[in-house]
Design a protein around this ligand. Structure first.
Ligand SMILES: Cc1ncc(COP(=O)(O)O)c(C=O)c1O
Length: 442
């Protein structure tokens, strides 16, 4: 017997005596009827609760990493909760500004920011551009000089050369990484020296992001030790103070019942302790603000994806494929990283799950499998709903139009209200960008 572990559900979830799931005071089966499937559903209480836990844990500052999940409503929520916002492209910046987010609380990342992206960021006078290369520094200085833009405030992205103990595609802080300035090579110190001598850019601090979906503290500790050693070196050799030290994001979440990441509060307490120890060990005079930039651990556990079962096909002696109406186009993580998910039927959450099947998407790839070896009720049938929990991060954000799929709608639920915040894509949306080449006969 295997019953779905309800502790994977967001905080406002309730299950009635008949086993029907509600989130934010709304019946999930009824929401699927009202808004259609596939559907991304977000528990606003979970999103806000996680923002607040981060603010409490990191008084130095928190920037929500919008790459995890971005839409106008999320930008407004992050603003209301008092977090800063991390964007990584001109598109993310444009969406944030269009939603009314104050530029003075935006930080911009990217290992290959274009001149246009940098111009938009510097013109808007955002809080920080996180510098990732010498080429980028040249571009910023040339822009500021030639277009008389405000002087740009920079954080320097450092590649601390540490192993984050996560999937190789999610590790960004090892020596072999496309991100940031190397420590051991001396590149990080050299660029700080250059900025300190410049009259068009200013140095505000250091940044490192070692990876994502991290459960263990060792990677953060090693990164902090190395960054604080660099702070000490900057103080003594360059003679300037380091105002901020951003540890990036990376805290992991529970996709599976067996996953056991630390809570936000425990993670925050742990890195502050490590930070204090590193400052003491390196005899650092300045007290940089320790900031963080979480994405997954704010948005992930707040989101559910609701699908409808379309076919059930048994391959005798091998497996049963249960195909749903979405897949790799709304959640590429299983195909990209072999990521695992749980699944359950939201209209009978407490049912015994005695049958093992494979939940497949509807796309033209054999690898389009959402959940391998999923436990489902024995009577699962065509027309039933299936939910994958903890899909609030890097699902909507990584969704594609593969097979000309129409990307799902996004609904926020809270206190009995359901708000459509991103409408479902339409065929007209798809056709709008296609110029159809030459249609005239030749
Ligand atoms: C620079 C930077 N900051 C923050 C994040 C957010 O990471 P996570 O979603 O694991 O918290 C990422 C993710 O790729 C990132 O690249």
């Amino acid at each position: 017997m295997s019953v779905f572990d309800a502790s994977l559900l967001p905080r406002s979830a309730t299950i009635d005596a008949a086993g029907r799931l509600s989130v934010g005071g709304r019946d999930v089966g009824a929401l699927a009827e009202e808004f259609g499937t596939p559907l991304y559903l977000y528990d606003e209480a979970e999103l806000r609760g996680r923002c607040r836990e981060y603010r409490a844990g990191f008084p130095g500052g928190v920037a929500y990493a919008s790459k995890a999940f971005l839409c106008g409503a999320m930008v407004r929520l992050v603003d209301e909760e008092g977090l800063d916002l991390d964007v990584a492209t001109g598109g993310e910046l444009a969406l944030a500004l269009a939603a009314g987010f104050p530029a003075s609380r935006i930080v911009m990342h990217g290992n290959n920011k274009s001149v246009a992206e940098l111009r938009d960021a510097v013109r808007a006078d955002i809080r920080h551009v996180v510098l990732d290369s010498v080429d980028e520094l040249d571009r910023i200085e040339a822009l500021v000089r030639s277009e008389s833009l405000p002087s740009a405030r920079l954080l320097v992205r450092v590649n601390p050369g540490v192993d984050a103990h996560t999937h190789e595609y999610l590790a960004t802080g090892t020596v072999d990484s496309k991100f940031g300035f190397g420590l051991e090579s001396g590149a990080a110190l050299r660029v700080v020296e250059h900025i300190a001598a410049s009259n068009v850019v200013t140095f505000d601090g250091l940044h490192a992001h070692i990876g994502s979906q991290i459960f263990r503290p060792e990677g953060f500790e090693a990164a902090l030790q190395r960054l604080v050693a660099l702070v000490a070196e900057i103080e003594t050799t360059v003679g300037i103070e380091v105002g901020e030290l951003s540890l990036g994001g990376g805290l992991g979440v529970r996709y599976l019942a067996t996953d056991d990441p630390p809570s936000i509060a425990r993670h925050a307490a742990g890195v502050h302790e490590q930070f204090g120890a590193a400052l003491a060990a390196h005899g650092v005079r300045s007290r940089p603000a320790l900031t963080t930039e979480p994405g997954r651990s704010i948005a992930g556990p707040a989101g559910l994806t609701i699908y409808r079962v379309g076919t059930v096909k048994e391959v005798p002696g091998i497996r049963t494929y249960v195909s749903v109406d979405g897949g790799i186009s709304d959640n590429p993580r299983p195909a990209l990283y072999g990521a695992g998910y749980e699944t359950f039927v939201p209209t009978r959450v407490t049912a015994d799950r005695t049958r093992i099947v494979t939940i497949a998407g509807k796309h033209c790839e054999q690898g389009d499998l959402l959940v391998r070896d999923a436990a489902v009720p024995a009577d699962l049938a065509v027309g039933d709903l299936l939910v994958t929990p903890c899909t609030g991060a890097y699902g909507h954000a990584m969704a594609s139009n593969y097979n000309a799929a129409l990307r799902p709608a996004v609904v926020f639920v809270r206190d009995g209200d359901a708000r459509l915040v991103v409408r479902r894509e339409t065929v007209d949306d798809l056709l709008a960008r296609d110029l159809f080449g030459r249609l005239d006969p030749v």
